[in-house]
Write a protein that binds this ligand. Structure first.
Ligand code: NAP
Length: 233
């Protein structure tokens, strides 16, 4: 049985990915920050292990890795979105977007790599976004962080491939989670019309893509898997 650590697994894509990996027979470590009730409920539902840590904080991530033990698969999923015009964005807002969406993946990957390198096996999957591929107006910080995850995926795949570790990335399109709860019905309909597969995505669509990349017998590394129903091609 693999031990799979998913950051930001209390809600949305992370929670559905936790359910999917558990259903397929893995033991899931459910990282959360604010949503304790949801995380504890999921812990019971899938017989997982919930662990609180703000992954944007290096010291909290270090403490989390002291507690978790063996991790075979790390999924860097925790993230926040935010709309800002760059010319009025504050230093604190920029730092929060970058530390939550990008530095978190650095802290967690650095935390897990020593044990993976010593076992000469492991997989890391980063959750980027289509905006990391194309850029989005009013989401410059988010797009920058998500593009950074793509760069990190490719560079780290080269660095740790010789140690038997694969690093891949999923770039979701519009997925039906709390992150998009602000979108009204008309906007969703327009997005569906623009999408070749004629719908927005589900958290399960992303979970299945993550699972595919985490397969231990795979020859795939450094790959960015677009899960957008064709909205971005
Ligand atoms: P969501 O429903 O808003 O859930 C976000 C999750 O991230 C929550 O479980 C939250 O945990 C966790 N989180 C946020 N900050 C954290 C921190 N500092 N430390 C630990 N956990 C933290 O969002 P989602 O749609 O599932 O998004 C998941 C990932 O997919 C994100 O990286 C997002 O950028 C990416 N993505 C989403 C979409 C989309 O359309 N939904 C598209 C492309 C990419 P707590 O509530 O416990 O704090």
């Amino acid at each position: 049985m693999r031990n799979v650590l998913i950051t930001g697994a209390s809600r949305g894509i992370g929670a559905e990915t936790a359910r999917y990996f558990a259903k397929m027979g893995d033991k899931v470590i459910i990282n959360y920050n604010n949503s304790e009730t949801e995380a504890k409920k999921l812990e019971k539902e899938i017989n997982g292990i919930a662990i609180k840590a703000d992954v944007s904080n290096s010291a909290e991530v270090k403490r989390m890795f002291e507690e978790v033990g063996r991790v075979d698969v790390l999924i860097n999923n925790a993230g926040i979105a935010g709309f800002y015009m760059l010319d009025t964005m504050s230093d604190d807002e920029w730092d929060r977007m970058l530390s939550t969406n990008l530095s978190s993946a650095f802290y967690c990957s650095r935390g897990v790599l020593p044990q993976m390198i010593s076992r000469k096996s492991g997989a890391i999957v980063n959750i980027s976004s289509m905006w990391g591929l194309t850029g989005a107006a009013c989401e410059v910080a988010y797009s920058t962080a998500k593009a950074g995850l793509i760069g990190m995926t490719k560079a780290l795949a080269k660095e740790v491939g010789p140690s038997g570790i694969r690093v891949n990335c999923v770039a979701p399109g519009v997925i039906d989670t709390d992150m998009n709860s602000g979108l009204d019905k008309n906007t969703i309909r327009e997005l569906c019309d623009e999408t070749p597969l004629c719908r927005i995505g589900t958290a399960l669509d992303v979970a299945k893509a993550v699972y595919y990349l985490a397969d231990e017998n795979s020859f795939i590394t450094g790959h960015i898997l677009n899960v957008s129903g064709g909205l971005v091609i």
